[in-house]
Design a protein around this ligand. Structure first.
Ligand SMILES: [Zn+2]
Length: 286
């Protein structure tokens, strides 16, 4: 499936907005929205891999499924993400009250990929295992980033303007016949060298050119621990610590790491939960 003309136009027009003007407009997106009787204002995507953006009081603690998990940002906005395997209900509580959300289940496919080099699926070599361990610690540290910003609330644009979606979020993966963790990204095929742009404002919390599984990897915190990942890049144009704006070039598509061809694997996580990045966009954009 190629990106539709509508998608390209939507992405481009979204670039014209910034800051609070965009935030106000975002409440009118074609998303699930709060009702008159809800204790707090919110909008979002009520399904597995989805999320809500809510309105609380500035800096106040927010509970999710009984745990105080996050706190509202400077204008009171907060982000709550639903994991790929989130249960049928999600309870969110602020000082204004408690809201129970019905989270729609998603039927995930099973995906088999064969012909990957065995060392990329079932590594045995001790030196390689040590490298994988080191890289995993580096990533865990970056994923633990919790920037107190509300960048997630200004809307997301597709990171590639023209691409072929070769895998959706969520399928159970069987690599070379071995059951592995589900596919937590959206795969967008494009020629090596194609420009990747930041889908939203944020801070670069990891920029590594050559990781074993991910190849060139950039991680961006869009606020409150919503971290997007961009995998398999052939080139990186940003560094750790950089503040990026929506539409800014992050790097270029490649096939580095565990990849069968040039593509961007775009992922989104929030505090250990795996989200569907395409849900951050308006419907139909990717
Ligand atoms: Zn992928």
């Amino acid at each position: 499936m190629t990106l539709t003309r509508r998608a390209a136009v939507t992405g481009a027009s979204a670039l014209a907005f910034s800051g609070h003007a965009a935030r106000a407009a975002d409440w009118d997106r074609n998303w699930d929205k709060s009702g008159a009787k809800d204790p707090f204002r919110w909008h979002g995507r009520l399904c597995q891999g989805g999320f809500i953006i809510g309105q609380g009081a500035p800096g106040e603690p927010v509970s999710f499924d009984g745990m105080q998990i996050t706190q509202a940002g400077p204008t009171g906005l907060f982000f709550i993400g639903f994991d790929r395997d989130q249960g049928p209900a999600a309870t969110v509580e602020t000082s204004q009250g408690r809201q129970v959300f019905a989270v729609q289940p998603v039927a995930y496919a099973v995906q088999r990929i064969d012909g990957l080099p065995p060392e990329q699926v079932t590594p045995q070599n001790p030196a390689l295992l040590a490298r994988i361990q080191r890289e995993s610690e580096m990533k865990a540290k970056a994923f633990a980033s919790r920037i107190d910003s509300e960048d997630f609330a200004s809307g997301f644009s597709p990171p590639l303007t023209k691409a072929l979606r070769t895998s959706a979020f969520g399928p159970q993966r069987i690599l070379n016949g071995v059951p592995k963790t589900p596919h937590y990204g959206v795969d967008l095929a494009a020629p090596t060298g194609t420009r990747i742009t930041a889908p939203a404002d944020g801070r670069v919390v990891l920029a590594e050119t050559d990781l074993w599984f991910e190849g060139g990897l950039t991680l961006i915190d869009h606020g409150q621990g919503l971290v997007c990942a961009f995998l398999h890049q052939s080139r990186l144009d940003v560094r750790e610590g950089d503040l990026v704006r929506r539409g800014q070039t992050l790097g270029a598509v490649g096939a580095k790491g565990r990849a069968t061809g040039p593509h961007l694997c775009w992922r989104a996580t929030w505090r250990g939960r795996h989200l569907d990045p395409s849900l951050l966009l308006k419907a139909g954009e990717v």
